[in-house]
Design a protein around this ligand. Structure first.
Ligand code: ATP
Ligand code: MG
Length: 315
């Protein structure tokens, strides 16, 4: 029954009963006698109580819907409001749930397009850095070597320094290109790529251990890239924000899926709001049907867990 008819019929019943009583046995004198006042007050109280109960029951699903709308998060999809209540409310909830289906699908498609465009662009920049700036610097290095061979004694040291600086620049460019395009992923596969990532982030202040088990089910190329990018963002955050001296990258078979864990022993999230990095991790996870959680570690520090069910991400 619709909310309108519920409230209307309740009020109608109350008023009809009151009118029938007034026309029949009940009389109200002027001034009112105490017994009559009691009957009127009790009748009124009963009517109000019944009204309150019907409204409370009828509006509860709307309140629930309001709460769900306020906390809806497209990055954590799948939550739906149970369809309940009077007709209009049930229709509203169904429409809202359908709207969420559409928004989640559009968001996922949009994120997939944006992320693949980003990967393409990164590859292009990496290629240009490597093939163009890298080649130019290599040519400069060779030229400097020829100059060094023929340079008078007093210039040798300066030319040597220029060679050193050029070599450092070349290394830097190779490093940046490698980060932009995880070539190791294509060449050596995910376990080696994760090991090399751990080594890359290990500095004098931070030791990154890796625990990458063999015998993992093969993942699709897309899932491997997602695991790699999540590990990369997790370690970047550890290096930038955590103040940790130890971190760990772990990849294991857990249940029917593969789980990546990036754990550090730093100061923890401390209620920091999500940035683009964390949202990007969630979006990437959704892309391959994975689930990502970012939260406190067992003692202190931060844990990032990405679980990809094999059915969703396996080759
Ligand atoms: N491992 C960590 N330890 C401590 N704090 C962290 C850690 N990872 C994230 N944070 C906190 O969470 C915030 C959000 O991280 P997020 O990666 O989303 O954004 P960001 O790193 O600030 O920027 P970017 O968009 O460049 O990644 C950070 O600003 C930081 O305060
Ligand atoms: Mg970040």
């Amino acid at each position: 029954m619709s909310l309108f008819w519920r409230i209307f019929s309740l009020n109608a019943v109350g008023l009809v009963v009151a009118a029938a009583l007034l026309l029949g046995p009940v009389t109200v004198s002027t001034p009112v006698l105490p017994a009559e006042a009691l009957v009127v007050v009790v009748g009124l109280a009963l009517l109000l109580a019944a009204n309150a109960v019907v409204l409370r029951i009828g509006l509860a699903p709307l309140q629930r819907l309001g709460r769900d709308m306020a906390t809806a998060d497209l990055l954590r999809p799948g939550a739906r409001t149970p369809v309940a209540g009077p007709t209009e409310t049930a229709e509203l909830i169904t429409t809202y749930n359908t709207m969420l289906d559409r928004l989640e699908a559009e968001r996922a498609a949009g994120a997939a397009r944006a992320l693949s465009a980003q990967e393409r662009e990164r590859r292009r920049i990496a290629r240009e850095l490597h093939d163009e700036v890298g080649q130019t610097l290599t040519a400069v290095l060779l030229q400097l070597k020829r100059v060094a061979d023929r340079a008078p004694e007093e210039l040798r040291e300066e030319v040597g320094q220029a060679q050193e600086a050029t070599r450092a620049g070349l290394d830097e460019i190779r490093r940046i290109a490698r980060r932009l395009r995880p070539g190791v992923l294509e060449e050596l596969g995910l376990p080696s790529a994760l090991r090399s990532l751990a080594a890359e982030f290990s500095t004098h202040g931070l030791t990154v251990r890796h625990d990458v088990r063999g015998g993992l089910p093969p993942l699709t190329e897309e899932s491997e890239l997602v695991v790699y990018r999540v590990a990369q963002e997790g370690l970047t955050n550890t290096a930038r924000h955590a103040g940790a001296d130890r971190a760990e990258v772990r990849l294991r078979l857990v249940g029917d899926g593969v789980e990546l864990l990036v754990r550090d022993n730093g100061k923890g999230l401390g209620g920091a709001p999500e940035g683009a990095g964390t949202q990007g991790m969630h979006e990437r996870a959704l892309l391959v049907g994975g689930v990502l959680s970012v939260g406190p570690g067992p003692d202190r520090g931060t844990d990032i867990r990405l679980r990809i069910p094999v059915s969703a991400g396996a080759r």
